[in-house]
Design a protein around this ligand. Structure first.
Ligand SMILES: C[S@@+](CC[C@H](N)C(=O)[O-])C[C@H]1O[C@@H](n2cnc3c(N)ncnc32)[C@H](O)[C@@H]1O
Length: 350
């Protein structure tokens, strides 16, 4: 468990965990990323936005600022067992909150993209550009080109460039596999997918934040959780409960809710801190079951925006996503961000 330090964060809103000193000497204050040196160049190239590789269905990129409210300011290692496109790992690394990172997803070609983005960004950009540009000169047109790349992928060429192109061009950035394990998502006919020019600053930034401090895995989440230890913070974003079953075509695999609760119970016993994005709520309708009360988790609802489903029906309903916070982090981060702000003012007044 990350030991709480009774110190208000430099930005005045967070509490600090007692993690060992980080490798880089000076840390920017939260929300104030550096303007000078290499990191300043990276930030300017990104126009201050959090880098990402490609649109990925279920990505937590837009929710990252709200999720990070519950992540300690400094800690040893961030473990992300259901990484997808690793939005939270990237957001945490951008603020240099953890010393090291462990990124895992059962879908090996996805992890291949992440590893290449971090370790060999120029090679990934070059090979992606070659595949991406192929769509403009393919004799059968761009849809035939997408289908040819998808066939090559399904025959075994699961290179990061092929996987990235399929993700960048497929409908809703949504990975789908058939019962035979073949990628079967269709191309989005209205767009060409992220251009190499747009991708470059994103890859450069991601590599800058994570290179040399990140380990990559492609295993079942339970194997990764077994390795988690006190001092780590584990962020979990398992496949959405509405689609949780043994096979989930959206994400390669679903998870069993009971086994998942047992894995969390084991983290509690071992004193490992964690956060789980688990279910959703729109208007007064809740999607998915709560996690068992016996786990002692605190549930907060994060505002995910207007529901497009309700808008179609002429209703304006806000969608919320639940975030569960483990007992250790509850004591580290007391109250909601607003309650913490109030606490800070009380402390300053005292
Ligand atoms: C909701 S997505 C995660 C999205 C991620 N938070 C992001 O921001 O991109 C869930 C991920 O869990 C992965 N997954 C599904 N079953 C898994 C398992 N048993 N072990 C590890 N990863 C799994 C899927 O491949 C998918 O990428």
């Amino acid at each position: 468990m990350v030991a709480p330090m009774k110190t208000v964060g430099a930005d005045g809103s967070g509490w600090m965990g007692g993690a060992p000193a980080l490798r880089r000497k000076k840390h920017p204050r939260r929300g104030q990323l550096p303007t000078g040196g290499k990191s300043g160049m990276v930030e300017r190239a990104m126009n201050g936005s959090v880098p990402h590789i490609v649109q990925y269905q279920g990505s937590k990129r837009l929710l990252a600022p709200q999720i990070l409210e519950y992540v300690p300011r400094r800690f040893g290692r961030l473990v992300e067992p259901f990484a997808g496109m690793a939005a939270i790992t990237i957001a945490v690394a951008r603020q240099e909150r953890a010393e090291r990172y462990l990124v895992n997803d059962l879908n090996a070609p996805l992890v291949g993209i992440l590893r290449a983005a971090v370790e060999t960004p120029s090679e990934l950009l070059e090979s992606y550009a070659a595949v991406w540009e192929g769509q403009f000169s393919h004799p059968g047109g761009s849809v035939a080109h997408f289908n040819a790349v998808r066939d090559a992928f399904n025959r075994g060429d699961r290179s990061p460039a092929n996987m990235l192109y399929l993700l960048a061009r497929c409908v809703k950035g949504s990975v789908r596999y058939g019962a035979n394990g073949q990628f079967n998502q269709s191309p989005d006919k209205r767009r060409n997918g992220t251009s190499p020019k747009t991708l470059k600053p994103n890859l450069d930034a991601i590599s800058y934040y994570l290179k040399g401090r990140t380990e990559f895995r492609s295993a079942d989440y339970r194997a990764v959780l077994e390795e988690a230890r006190p001092g780590d913070v584990v962020y979990m974003d398992p496949p959405y409960q509405g689609v949780c079953k043994v096979r989930d075509s959206r994400y390669l695999a679903g998870i069993d809710a009971r086994e998942f609760a047992e894995a969390l119970e084991s983290l509690n016993r071992r004193g490992v801190d964690y956060l789980v994005s688990y279910d959703g709520q729109c208007g007064d309708k809740q999607y998915g079951e709560d996690l068992p009360a016996g786990l002692g988790l605190r549930k907060v609802l994060l505002k995910a925006g207007l529901s497009s489903q309700s808008l179609l029906l002429g209703k304006k309903e806000i969608t919320y996503e639940a975030l569960y916070i483990s007992p250790g982090l509850c004591s580290l981060v007391p109250g909601t961000p607003r309650e913490r702000q109030a606490l800070l003012f009380e402390m300053l007044d005292a």
